[in-house]
Design a protein around this ligand. Sequence first.
Ligand SMILES: NC(=O)c1ccc[n+]([C@@H]2O[C@H](COP(=O)([O-])OP(=O)(O)OC[C@H]3O[C@@H](n4cnc5c(N)ncnc54)[C@H](O)[C@@H]3O)[C@@H](O)[C@H]2O)c1
Length: 340
Amino acid sequence: MISIGLIGCGTWGRNYIRNFEHLNDAQMYACCDFNEENLKHSKRVLSSLKVFKDPDELIADDKIDAVIVATPANTHFDLAKKCLNTGKHVLVEKPLTLTAEESKALIDLSKKQGKVLMVGHIMEYNPAVVKLKEIIDSKELGNIYYLYLNRTNLGRIREDVNVMWDLAPHDISIVNYLVGQEPKRVSAKGESYIVESTEDVVFLLMEFENNILASIHVSWLDPCKLRRTTVIGDKKMAVFDDMENVDKIRIYDRGITYNPKTEREFEDFGSFQLAYKYGDIYIPQLQLSEPLRNQCTHFIECIKSGNGSRTDGENGLRVVEVLAAAQKSLDNDGIFVDIE
Ligand SMILES: NC(=O)c1ccc[n+]([C@@H]2O[C@H](COP(=O)([O-])OP(=O)(O)OC[C@H]3O[C@@H](n4cnc5c(N)ncnc54)[C@H](O)[C@@H]3O)[C@@H](O)[C@H]2O)c1
């Protein structure tokens, strides 16, 4: 039985408490939060929980094998570093850290200590995203032209990071996973309409090999809650809408084919040929399961097997590198920044 400690039992952390109740090989043993009310709430949900107000005390508890860090992003590095230094496996919420250097330091430390370092890129555990990846890899959509992703809602405005660092980790991890590469360069434009110097809307553009483009729109200032990924291929198109309860993916047999005429035909008719295809739309069947449950199960499997995680430190670093380059772009009026 793997014993888990949770640091941060706020809005998101409490979902971990609920999920671990359903896992066989692990138990939520302790939790920690500065906020007394959140500790009381956690104890009401799971009375056996040992509670701490000081994260150092939880980390020092030798009954704990692995720690989940679900605190604000600006605390992730210090807490994860302490966990690894104390010989504990660690699952860190997204984004892994706020700089690439910090992510690299955690990767090195996890290797040195022989402990699992995993990041909560939950979308990679979403059955619909996994299915979409299968569809893309099967070439059913043909070659990918471009993707665009929308993650918008009203709030919640965070104090430690802007909307890009808060929401775009999900979309960057989806894009990196679906495209199977890291972008070559990125550009980002955004504005801070509500709180000074904290962007509440960002438009991020990622450029990949083979002319693949991905555009991500994240906003805390929008009337509509959107969680959508659209993939345009040269054969078919797909839309993944995470706001749908069941029918999350739709495949559109639609596209445009351009048949340039031979020079002679061109002279004859003076035009080129475009064929518009308006084919069927179908909804692939999905075996739905809770992404966070899948993520937690995978974390426990990694600890038990010693195998690397699908969303390991390197995976977290790749997302942080994009965010850091995009932040540089945001700070410099949207200039393109290469991913090093
Ligand atoms: N995967 C997802 O879909 C998803 C969704 C929401 C949030 N998150 C991530 O989860 C993390 C927490 O977000 P949230 O919405 O729950 O925030 P929150 O503010 O609701 O909760 C954070 C909690 O951490 C506590 N805390 C802060 N610093 C601490 C410290 N050093 N030691 C102990 N407790 C500390 C706070 O008191 C608070 O109760 C963030 O990293 C966020 O990006 C992920």
